[in-house]
Structure formats: C-alpha cells, structure tokens
Design a protein around this ligand. Structure first.
Ligand code: ATP
Ligand code: MG
Length: 423
C-alpha cells in the first residue's frame, strides 16, 4: 500500500459527525446577527501582505510571527488572512460604503495563523464576526455587546461565559497613559520576558497582554488604562456600562485586557470561559475609530468582534444539535421486486420533503432492520416479497414497534401526511 498523506499540522477536518454542531452555531449566529440588521460580507481569503501589516500593526504577534505569507507567481507578497477586520475595512473603503452609514456586516470563514497547535488553537481556524461602521457613541457599543450576549443565550452557552470589558482610551489620553506605564515598566525591566523587553519602547501596552507568568506579575501592579482616561473616553465608558447595567447584562471590568491587535480605541472586550483550559477567549473585539483613516479612507468610527468557532464547538461539547440529514424514514427492501418499489417510494418521499434513507447494500431483512434502528429514523417502511405481490408496505414506528399495512397506491403522500399531523 502507498503511504497515506496526513493533513498539515495545525489543520483539522470538521468531520460529518461534527457538522451539525457547526451548522447550529453558524445558523444561530446568522439568525441573531440578522435580527440586529447585519448582512453577510464575503471577502477574499488572501490579500496583500501590507494590508494586514498596516491594519493589524507591525508590533503584534500576528504580523511579527504568525502570518502565512507567500509570493505570487509575479512576485507580489500576499498573505492568508489572519483575521477578518482588515479585509472588511479594505472593502468598506474600496466600495465607497461610507456614503450610506451605518454599515453593519458579518462574515464567517477560515483564518490562518502560524501558532503552536493545541486544544482550541489551530493554524487554520474559523471565525464569525461583525463590524459596525458609523456610530461613534456608547449606544453602538452597548447594542453590539447585547447582540453578542444574545448569541450566547440562544446557543445555550450563557452559563459558561463571562463578558470582560476595558477601555484603552484614545489618541488624546493614551500617550499620557503610555508615559506612566513606561515609567513603571522601566523600573521592572529585568522581570520581563525577552519579547516584552524588545518591544517595550515601541509598544509597552503589549506587556499587559503577555502570557508569561513574570510579565503577568509585573502587569498586575501596573498603572491602569481606565484610571487615565480623558473626560470624553471616561464618559464613553460610563455610558456603555450604564446601558449594559440597564439591560442586566452581567460584566466584569478587566483593566489588564489590552487585546492583541494595535487598532483598538476606547472599548475592548472579550467573552471568556473557564471550560477550555488555557484557551479562555471565545470571542473578542473592540472599537477601532482610527483604523479606517489609517487604511486610507475617510475617518469613520467603527466597532467589531470575532468569535472562534472551534472553541464554541468545544463548549457545546457533546450536546446534540439538530441534524437535518438524520432520516425520518428508513426504507428496508428485501426480496424480488422490492428494490424497484423501495427506491421509487424513497424518491417520492424526498420529493415531498421527508428525509429518507434506503438500504443500498442488500442483506437479510433482519440485518436491514438493524441498520434502520441505527439510522435514528423514527419510522421505517418494510417491503418484502409478500408486500410486493400484494401491492402493500409495512409502516413501522420504531419507538413502539407498532406496525401497520398500507396499500402502495398514493403511499408517499399518505406517509408524509401521517408524519406531518403526528398521528
Ligand atoms: P488568543 O488570546 O486565544 O490567542 P486572540 O486574541 O489572538 O486569542 P483574536 O484575534 O481576538 O484572538 O480572535 C478572536 C477569537 O478567535 C478568539 O477569541 C478565539 O476564540 C479565536 N481564535 C484566535 N486564534 C485562534 C486559533 N489559533 N485557533 C482557534 N481559535 C482562535
Ligand atoms: Mg492569539
């Protein structure tokens, strides 16, 4: 036998048995996002490398060491998208969408980061996210967070998650905070990891986000962004928490949260869980009022978030999600002439919208009945030689074992009718 080729490290198949969970998550999110007026935007999976370098920021882990960059055949540097916002912003500017604000879009699809693979962390993973362009005030932030929490409620996951919130300030107050932070960090430089030391001057806020235990200890007593906000940022943060409290949305202010991307201003948030070990964030986002202008568009306030579908699927664990491919009827056809009748009936049932499976591999009646049981179908139709001769079938309710003889004439309609009125 030839050697089998394995999937690339950090990638995985979403197997057919897992896909009901994925479809449940995707359908729940799409339904909730639609309730809030979001339409789907599909952007390319690869873009110019410089798009991510500029949008995500050169000092971030993503751009420094996680991107899949490659050269096109004509030498252009391209990258597989590591996140969704950069492409959405590019599309917003390129398509002149700033003339019809607010603009609400959601996206879903694979993202790529060269990370150390572990449970809940892959090199190809999937996100669903939303972006809202236009409104600058805390009402927009509040609406988005209500939508995020509505999703977790509808997915049945609200008990497992916490909403964490922080404010990073704006170009007016961040420089002053940065100075205070740098002053503090300079007094603790030796304790920091190499990575943090090397980007200390360029981006001291990264230290607050570092997962190294020593850096975490230093960060714990560092000056806090929320205590150094200008009046406008302070009002924005208070406005937001006020709205959320009025709506009884439980939240925790986490002054240590700075998020791993450079583009955020004011509000940042994460939805975290204690159920997934080290990979504790299932959704994350924030306001990015400066990004559109940085990317060459007309200055437009915006806010967005993304959630990780692999981690959400892990949270759902073994919970059963609706599986549209589970048959409602399983057709057992054994004996002379039964195949023909069986396949015809199966196709008619499907035409009427009844998910139906027919055994395609022959075998004894007994063996086929076992397969009918395993299929999960609540009903089976049994066609043996006698039924073919008499022009009848047996309809069996699997749960009770109750069985009745029905005439073949108009059979599909009658079975479908019976299933629909639940009799
Ligand atoms: P983390 O701190 O776990 O690395 P992050 O801050 O890099 O997360 P974001 O860029 O904000 O994550 O992406 C939003 C969400 O996407 C995360 O909260 C997580 O659920 C998911 N996510 C990010 N990276 C991965 C990955 N490599 N594999 C699986 N899911 C991921
Ligand atoms: Mg990360």
């Amino acid at each position: 036998m030839a050697a089998a080729i394995k999937a690339v490290r950090g990638t995985r198949d979403i197997l057919d048995r897992e896909s009901p969970t994925w479809r449940f998550l995707e359908a729940t999110a799409a339904r909730v996002f639609s309730l809030y007026g979001y339409r789907e935007l599909r952007t390319p999976i690869f873009e110019k490398t410089e798009l991510f370098a500029r949008a995500v920021g050169g000092d971030t882990d993503i751009v420094e060491k996680e991107m899949y960059v490659f050269e096109d055949r004509n030498g252009a540097s391209l990258a597989l998208r590591p996140e969704g916002t950069a492409g959405v912003v590019r599309s917003f500017i390129e398509n002149g969408l700033d003339r019809q604000l607010p603009w609400r879009v959601f996206y879903k699809g694979p993202m790529f980061r060269y990370e150390r693979p572990q449970k809940g962390r892959y090199r190809q993973f999937h996100q669903m996210g939303c972006e809202l362009f236009g409104p600058p005030g805390p009402m927009a932030d509040a609406e988005m967070l209500m939508m995020v929490m509505r999703f977790f409620i509808d997915a049945g996951l609200e008990e497992l998650v916490t909403l964490e919130l922080n404010s990073l300030g704006c170009p007016a107050c961040r420089p002053g905070y940065r100075e205070k932070l740098l002053e503090y960090l300079h007094a603790h430089t030796e304790a920091l990891c190499g990575n943090c030391q090397s980007r200390l001057e360029r981006n001291p806020l990264r230290v607050l986000d570092c997962k190294n235990p020593n850096c975490k200890e230093v960060a714990a007593s560092a000056p806090r962004t929320v205590e150094h906000l200008c009046t406008a940022c302070g009002d924005h943060f208070q406005g937001l928490t006020g709205h959320l409290e009025a709506e009884n949305i439980p939240l925790t202010v986490n002054p240590m949260m700075v998020r791993g991307l450079d583009y955020y201003t004011r509000t940042v948030f994460e939805v975290t869980t204690t159920a997934l070990g080290a990979q504790n964030a299932v959704a994350a986002g924030g306001r990015y009022d400066g990004l559109v202008a940085t990317m060459g568009g007309r200055a437009t306030p915006a806010i967005g978030f993304a959630m990780g579908l692999e981690r959400l699927a892990l949270l759902l664990d073994e919970r059963a999600c609706p599986d549209p491919a589970t048959p409602t009827v399983y057709v057992v056809a054994a004996g002379e002439g039964a195949d023909l009748v069986g396949l015809g009936l199966t196709e008619q049932l499907r035409r009427l919208g009844v998910a139906t499976e027919i055994n395609l591999q022959g075998g004894s009646m007994r063996n086929q009945m076992k397969k009918a049981g395993r299929s999960g179908a609540p009903w089976s139709v049994i066609i043996g030689e006698r039924e073919v001769d008499e022009g009848t079938v047996q309809l069996k309710q699997m749960a009770t074992g109750e069985q009745q003889t029905l005439a073949s004439e108009g059979l599909a309609e009658r079975i479908a009718g019976r299933l629909y009125d639940g009799s």
